[in-house]
Design a protein around this ligand. Structure first.
Ligand code: SAM
Length: 286
């Protein structure tokens, strides 16, 4: 798949966009690959795609070629702005770029959605801020959130932690938070050689769709506390690791119907949700 713009290698040469480490820059230059990533959410012709870190615009062009209604991008490196302006011109201004730090912005204020527009996030994330951004998007106060899906590139090891199930080494706080909030899967494995320059490790794209809460009475802050305590000493049995909570750990586990000799890595997301509801009930009665 291609468009009328020059190949990305030429764009990088023309605008002297040598990758900078401090911006976490590893560029995707193959438009077939970026179009494949762009199509992971399915039909995006009714969607505004919010993209963090377009860089020279590989994924941005993939999203536009795949029919995205609009793309709103946030790029911290101002060197990329002229190349992105060329893309905007070639695609009838369907691309808007903001020169800002994605960790600081109010996405909805930038997107300024029109009624009926579906909003989605797609990004080849800068590795140094990827997990922070994911947590920002998974811990929004309003749930369901403003976005219909997340399609995000991570280091493969992080992607594996996000989708991991109980009984595996990778299962932890990030897995429980993500799987509590929605359905998540690894949609594509991407070798290091697909990037310029190639990073040291392989990558993977995860696709996440938010779902209604398993138990709407459970509060994020309570779940985060229980999960943090449980995994803080993951080799310990729950009866010991949950001792730091302000309720009796054994009574809590009994109320939730969970064996006190199990470890955090052995209980499911549904178990964590039940444990958190029981924790909140006991706390309020204390
Ligand atoms: N999307 C491009 C691609 O796939 O080739 C570039 C991906 S590169 C891994 C990450 C991009 O995020 C870089 O362009 C970098 O300048 C930008 N970036 C890094 N930190 C950022 C931040 N905090 N806010 C916005 N953009 C950031």
């Amino acid at each position: 798949m291609t468009d009328t713009l020059p190949p990305l290698r030429e764009v990088i040469r023309e605008y002297d966009l040598r990758a900078k480490k401090n911006f976490g820059q590893n560029f995707l230059l193959d438009l077939n690959l970026t179009s494949k990533i762009a199509r992971i959410p399915g039909d995006i012709s009714d969607s505004v795609m919010y993209e963090v870190g377009p860089g020279p615009g590989g994924l941005t062009r993939g999203l536009l070629m795949s029919g995205a209604k609009r793309v709103v991008a946030v790029e911290m490196d101002s060197r990329c702005l002229p190349a992105l302006a060329d893309i905007s011109a070639a695609y009838d201004d369907r691309l808007t770029v903001h020169n800002a730090d994605a960790l600081e912005v109010d996405e909805l204020a930038l997107i300024n959605p029109e009624p009926g527009e579906k909003l989605r996030i797609a990004s080849n994330l800068p590795y140094n801020v990827g997990t922070m951004l994911l947590i920002k998007w998974l811990t929004l106060d309003e749930w369901r959130p403003w976005y219909a899906s997340l399609t995000l590139m991570f280091q493969r090891e992080v992607a594996e932690r996000i989708v991991a199930g109980p009984g595996t080494k990778a299962y932890g706080r990030l897995s429980v938070l993500a799987q509590w909030r929605g359905k998540v899967r690894i949609a594509l494995n991407v070798p290091a050689a697909a990037f310029t320059p190639p990073p040291k490790v392989a990558s993977a794209v995860i696709h996440f769709e938010p779902m209604d809460p398993i138990d709407p009475t459970v509060k994020l802050s309570d779940l985060e506390l229980v999960v943090e305590r449980a995994f803080n000493q993951r080799r310990k049995m729950l009866r010991a690791s949950l001792k730091g909570l302000p309720v009796d750990a054994l009574a809590l586990l009994e109320k939730a119907g969970i064996e006190p000799t199990l470890r955090a890595e052995n209980i499911s997301v549904a178990d964590f949700v039940r444990l958190t509801r029981c924790f909140a009930e006991m706390k309020s009665q204390a």
